[in-house]
Design a protein around this ligand. Structure first.
Ligand SMILES: O=C[C@H](O)COP(=O)(O)O
Length: 253
């Protein structure tokens, strides 16, 4: 059976400016070349997507957005449609990130609607799932993640996952410096894959499942060596060129 390729994605969150981005993008463009079996992508804040497009067109690095509207167009002040992201060359869009869920009140249903908007326009949705510390400690991690995935399957069908990426991001590991151990992460990744395999074995086998939460150069190789971890969604470390480049290189096989 063919090995899944890996993907390392840098979620810049609400960081950056024209000058710093330029230096970062130039480093990535020149140093992320010729990687074996790894794709790389960056997710800048929306105003800087044209800058990423300008600097990365013709490189091996893709770019995407951190959010998208569920609507195609209309009187929705502050929203950005999937077609607009496509106009600027985006390949991916993040959905259901825990910061969107916890800070901006996004529900499973909203994530599912955005997933559909992304998918039908031709963007690749990167669906983020993960449990809080309370949920883990009360033994609910798997049921929370199952609920988050089921909300998507209910609306889009399991076949939609053939055109999507899933990112497991335990909320307690995001920006805290507390990484899930490779074994803890692998256990949840295997759970996600088995759950989907119960509906469609082929889709489960092909699905990229990324790990996110305090990934850095020093722990990336061990995480990425786990059989069900297909790369990473990197926050803080994606803002530091040498760190992000080292993480991307650690995903090679
Ligand atoms: O989207 C990325 C994740 O939230 C991980 O962030 P972090 O690497 O800063 O912990």
């Amino acid at each position: 059976m063919a090995m899944r390729q890996k993907l390392v994605a840098g979620n810049w969150k609400m960081h950056g400016n024209l000058v710093d981005n330029q230096a970062l993008l130039l480093s990535l463009r020149t140093q992320l070349v010729g990687l074996r079996n790894v794709s790389c992508a960056v997710f800048p804040p929306a105003p800087y997507i044209p800058q990423a497009q300008h600097e990365l067109t013709g490189s091996a690095i893709a770019w995407g957005a951190q959010n998208v509207s569920k609507h195609a167009k209309g009187a929705f002040t502050g929203e950005v449609a999937a077609s607009m992201l496509l106009d600027f060359g985006c390949k991916y869009v993040l959905l259901g990130h825990s910061e969107r869920r916890a800070i901006f009140g996004e529900t499973d249903e909203m994530a599912a609607a955005k997933f559909m908007a992304a998918l039908t326009s031709g963007l690749t949705p990167v669906l983020c799932v993960g449990e809080t510390l309370d949920e883990r400690e009360s033994g609910c991690a798997e049921s929370v993640i199952a609920r988050q995935i089921d909300a998507i399957i209910e609306v889009a069908g399991v076949s939609a996952l053939a055109k999507a990426v899933v990112a497991y991001e335990p909320v307690w590991a995001i920006g805290t410096g507390k990484t899930a151990s490779p074994e803890q992460a692998q256990a949840i990744h295997a759970f996600i894959r088995q759950k989907i395999a119960g509906l469609d074995a082929g889709i489960a086998q092909g699905l990229m499942i990324l790990y996110g939460g305090s990934v850095k150069a020093a722990n990336a190789a061990e995480l990425f060596s786990q059989p069900d971890i297909d790369g990473g969604l990197i926050g803080g470390a994606s803002l530091v060129a040498d760190e992000f480049i080292a993480i991307c290189k650690a995903a090679q096989f």
